[in-house]
Design a protein around this ligand. Structure first.
Ligand code: ATP
Length: 511
């Protein structure tokens, strides 16, 4: 069923101008996507929700915009040249390439769906008396499934940590994992593959300098740590945030915009006094979860996944996972990165990147807690969760993109009932007024019913219909996307009613 839903998400995104395959007329470029007229608006609104919540609502966080090109030594110091690898494995029969860790994780996800089925069955059997927590902890079969998952992930984590790729392969063979496409179990050895894209700076081949396209935005923040701290007179703890493109040569780039080779990150590095980092880490986990949940997509659709295998720079790490149409997957990473990055850049650059603490009269290298969310994955979470097929009372169906109104690309559609009798002119007056505050659209083509359905499909929270009576009583019909309720409203009251639902400030108030 979920595969079906996912296909619908992808085709809806294309049909309604949200997301197109990049270079489509040349048959596309794999795992690269373009955002269309509605997609760009939705994406910008998500950025705004993040930027305002993280930067402008926090006195001790500032935002920057660093370049994609960085000095190549950056990536030596950060460890990306040596360690930014994924374990890949090829199937000898199908010639298809996979990430070994993903094959194993997918195997575990299958066991997890068995747990879900048991829960579903039990919930039906016990009715209201059903206690999910208790069931998960005590049901023999479920406990066994869970133990199996834990054991597999633990072993994989240990082997990857030790770079014991032979054991990763052994695990795949022991679990009898087959090529998901062909069913073949004829695997090559597991190898490491570096994910950074290389390019060159300079005109002549012999003088050109090897560069990388940044695989994360975080390093642009570390390299500017001292610039920002000094010019902004920042005191610990403080954060630096940025939104920007990142590039990774992903081995298997499937799942639409979930895993792309060019994508956007929204990252914040929070610099803290050493020893306080784990408290801040816990705090940022909670703060970030609340930011997601405030959108109203359903609290049960989020969960934490604490990492077994820590990256080379971290002393604690967790993901916020979201229930995508293809299951729970990472949406955001929260990492306690210690002083690894600043120390490494000090070593490689020979420059001090420290903080002078006025209270204790000492200098030290701050520790860092990072929050890093993929903008495109945010987009996919919001978009896929909002797409709904509804059966109406009269037996007909409608497709509605029930986006959080503050994120909707277009807030109001102004629709004259007919293209004559002065109705378009009256509608234009409303457009001119409302567009000072919101992205609005004027549409006069097609029947009013068709126009409503089109607006439902792109997630427009309100439609305003101008009819002949409007000219006399200065009122219009205001239609609500989710309830489909229609009411007569004086045009002077329109802005206030609409504002109550679409203004992003009401989300910020809840944070
Ligand atoms: P994954 O395990 O899924 O590859 P990751 O752990 O490598 O992700 P991070 O390095 O923590 O990801 O990057 C932070 C965030 O950037 C992720 O939570 C995700 O939202 C986003 N992100 C990472 N890689 C991609 C990608 N290829 N396409 C889209 N978004 C991505």
């Amino acid at each position: 069923m979920s595969e079906d839903i996912f296909k619908k998400v992808i085709s809806h995104a294309k049909e309604y101008g949200f997301i197109f395959q990049s270079s489509e007329i040349y048959d596309g470029l794999s795992a690269v996507y373009d955002y269309g007229q509605n997609g760009a608006e939705l994406k910008n609104n998500i950025k705004q929700y993040w930027w305002k919540a993280m930067v402008q609502m926090n006195e001790n966080i500032v935002g920057i915009d660093s370049a994609i090109f960085m000095h190549p030594t950056t990536w030596k110091a950060s460890g990306h040249v040596d360690a930014f690898n994924d374990p890949l494995i090829d199937n000898k029969d199908s010639k298809k390439r996979y990430r070994a860790d993903v094959l194993i994780e997918d195997y575990c996800a299958k066991i997890e769906s068995k747990i879900d089925k048991e829960v579903e069955k039990a919930a039906k059997r016990f009715g209201e008396a059903f206690d999910k927590k208790e069931f998960l902890a005590t049901n023999g079969r479920v406990v066994e499934y869970q133990q199996k998952i834990d054991a597999i992930l633990h072993r994989m984590g240990q082997s990857l940590e030790k770079e014991d790729l032979e054991d990763v392969k052994a695990l795949i063979e022991e679990l009898e994992i087959a090529d998901p496409v062909t069913g073949s179990k004829n695997w090559t050895d597991v190898r490491q593959f570096n994910l950074m894209f290389g390019t060159k700076l300079g005109a002549t081949a012999d003088q050109a300098m090897d560069l990388y396209l940044r695989p994360e935005t975080a390093q642009g923040i570390f390299l500017n740590y001292l610039n920002v701290q000094k010019t902004g007179r920042m005191k610990l703890p403080f954060g630096i945030a940025q939104i920007g493109k990142a590039f990774r040569n992903e081995i298997v780039a499937r799942q639409f915009i979930f895993r792309q080779r060019e994508f956007e990150q929204m990252e914040m590095q929070f610099f803290v006094k050493p020893g306080t980092e784990l408290d801040w880490y816990a705090k940022w986990k909670e703060t970030r979860l609340r930011w997601h949940q405030t959108l109203g997509l359903g609290n049960d659709n989020y969960r934490f996944h604490d990492h077994e295998k820590l990256a080379h720079y971290a002393n604690a790490a967790a993901d916020i996972e979201f229930k995508f149409p293809f299951g729970f997957k990472e949406l955001e990473g929260i990492h306690s990165r210690t002083d690894f990055d600043l120390k490494a850049h000090e070593k490689f650059s020979g420059k001090k990147l420290q903080y002078f603490d006025n209270e204790t009269n000492e200098s030290y290298t701050p520790y860092v807690v990072e929050t890093s969310v993929g903008l495109d994955r945010m987009f996919l979470s919001v978009f896929s969760n909002s797409l709904k097929e509804e059966k109406l009372e009269d037996g007909s169906e409608r497709i509605v993109l029930a986006l959080p109104p503050a994120l909707a690309p277009i807030k109001v559609a102004i629709l004259p009932l007919v293209k004559k009798d002065g109705l378009p002119e009256f509608a234009e007056k409303i457009v001119k007024k409302l567009r000072l505050d919101y992205n609005v659209i004027y549409e006069e083509k097609d029947s009013i019913g068709k126009r409503y359905r089109r607006m439902d499909a792109i997630g427009t929270p309100f439609c305003v219909t101008v009819d002949h009576d409007s000219l006399d009583d200065n009122s219009v019909t205001l239609r609500h996307r989710d309830t489909m309720e229609q009411k007569r409203v004086n045009i002077d009251e329109l802005a206030a009613i609409i504002d109550l639902e679409v203004n992003m400030k009401y989300l910020f108030e809840k944070l």
